[in-house]
Design a protein around this ligand. Structure first.
Ligand code: ADP
Length: 479
């Protein structure tokens, strides 16, 4: 099968969250199963151009609502599969991917409609007619409708015959791509499609449009697939998703075990370890403590957290619970950035307990690896979590996760077997789960070791998930 995989971010080129990791690892896994899959993303100014040598494949133009725009296509290879970049200085050569801080760029609709149209035109330019176009999150959500309505119905474009099928993958439904109604002409879709297919409380909602127009919709865990239909985590799109129930699939993300594996990880001070020999893990913990000024004490666990500082990640629970957790005689090491109120909170916590709290505000990939490797316990008290990658990384690093039972966390962590769980989103159940973890760590070393072994033995490699995506592609193409 021929597949075009579109993502607004792909690691290591550009990353703001888990989608970049998925877009890096899933296409090579599909390629290994014998399919011709090519990924495409915008060529942002800010990405690590040193990550791979790049060659220009094409110069072309893209018809937008207000005239032709220039584009160029660049090509490299990542993980054995080709990666293409769509370049346009005006739209993409900026400091941020989607905005600066928490302020989105005002022309995001135009930028990403351009990306969708350019991706289709680039396919024509390189003579690649996909069977399936796999779109990811709101930045690519205009494509299914543009493909079907403009290329399929109105233009009957001879190149796109047979018309590719479209898959829409939801990685986080709280980001939907909503824009004011006056911007409708940017989509170049007849106005009659606004009301039923895209309109959402008086605004354009790109995710809603994709849920209507895609041939199949997927999301990143089975539990989240149910939650977005049945609960407030659908963020108002429960009805649209319920209508597509038969075509909505929950497929758990895999993990790139080349990147996240304590046996080969180069980021944790160059020290590696395995389930059979954990001495390296102890060494990493002691170096990490030294780096953050935390004393080395055997019976004090290091509790790690790596997250965007947003409400979704359970930051309000952390605010209410952190002092109680520290009183369990534990150390807390937090890496993240985002909402200033949470940054201030953690800074304040460190000032109050400099011997128990380490904090790094910012994005730091090496430190994320060090925390996964050096901590004993990892916290994810998320309000909702479509899949969550950090808890799966934690399993492989033998860093037992404490998670709230939601989305992918509920599908991967089993209380008392490979981690500790709680259900109700409130302080006491969270505290109680952390207390049990600390207690097991301190007073039941045999049990702790058994759980670590169970966690480290689990396999969330991409192959299984890749096969499930191929089943979805088959179901909509009949191939
Ligand atoms: P989300 O995509 O909602 O942010 P995931 O758990 O799916 O959450 O993925 C988060 C990814 O981003 C992980 O690879 C995690 O290590 C990484 N990450 C998050 N915040 C930071 C940070 N401040 N520095 C480095 N890596 C980070």
């Amino acid at each position: 099968m021929k597949i075009l995989y579109l993502s607004p971010e792909i690691a290591p080129f550009a990353k703001t969250g888990g989608l970049a990791d998925v877009a890096r690892a899933l296409p090579p896994a599909i390629s290994e199963l014998g399919h011709d899959i090519r990924t495409m993303m915008p060529r942002y100014f800010n990405f690590d151009a040193g990550a791979a040598p790049m060659e220009r494949a094409l110069k072309f133009t893209v018809g937008m609502h207000n005239g032709l725009r220039a584009a160029s296509l660049w090509k490299t290879e990542s993980g054995g599969a080709p990666v293409y970049f769509i370049a346009n200085e005006e739209f993409f050569f900026r400091d941020g991917l989607y905005g600066i801080g928490d302020r989105d760029y005002p022309d995001n609709l135009e930028r990403f409609v351009f990306f969708c149209k350019a991706a289709l035109e680039a396919c024509r330019g390189i003579g690649f007619l996909p069977d399936v176009i796999h779109c990811n999150d709101w930045q690519t959500a205009a494509l299914p409708a543009i493909l079907k309505l403009i290329y399929g119905v109105y233009r009957r474009d001879p190149f796109f015959d047979p018309l590719p099928r479209a898959v829409y993958s939801i990685h986080n439904l709280s980001y939907q791509g909503r824009f004011t109604e006056d911007l409708w002409p940017v989509l170049s879709i007849p106005r009659s499609y606004y009301t039923y297919d895209f309109e959402f409380y008086g605004q354009i909602n790109l995710s809603k449009g994709a849920i209507h127009f895609a041939d199949a919709v997927t999301t990143v865990s089975e539990t989240y697939a149910r939650e977005i239909r049945e609960t407030e985590f659908g963020y108002g799109l429960q009805g649209s998703l319920e209508n597509r129930r038969a075509d909505l699939h929950g497929i758990l993300n895999g993990v790139d075990y080349i990147e996240w594996n304590p046996e080969v990880d180069p980021h944790a001070y160059g020290i590696t370890y395995s389930a059979d020999d954990l001495s390296g893990k102890r060494e990493i913990k002691s170096r990490l403590r030294a780096e953050y000024g935390l004393p080395n004490k055997d019976d004090v666990p290091v509790i790690g957290m790596v997250a965007r500082f947003v409400q979704q990640k359970g930051m309000d629970l952390m605010v209410d619970c952190a002092e109680h957790i520290l009183r369990l005689n534990a150390q807390l090491l937090v890496l993240g950035s985002g909402d200033p109120q949470y940054q201030d909170f953690f800074e304040g916590l460190r000032r109050a307990h400099p011997d128990r709290v380490g904090i790094y505000i910012g994005f730091n990939n090496a430190l994320a690896h060090k925390i996964e490797a050096g901590a004993d316990i990892f916290l994810m008290p998320s309000h909702f979590e479509p899949c969550g990658l950090n808890q799966i990384y934690s399993l492989r690093y033998g860093t037992l996760p404490v998670v709230r039972l939601t989305g992918g966390l509920a599908d991967t962590i089993r209380d008392g077997e490979n981690g500790f769980t709680f259900s109700a989103f409130s302080v006491f159940p969270f505290y109680e789960a952390v207390r049990r973890a600390v207690d097991t760590f301190r007073n039941q070393p045999e049990e702790w070791r058994k759980m670590m072994r169970a966690a480290m033995a689990e396999d969330y490699s991409w192959k299984k998930s890749a096969e499930k995506y191929i089943d979805v592609y088959r179901s909509i193409t009949g191939k």
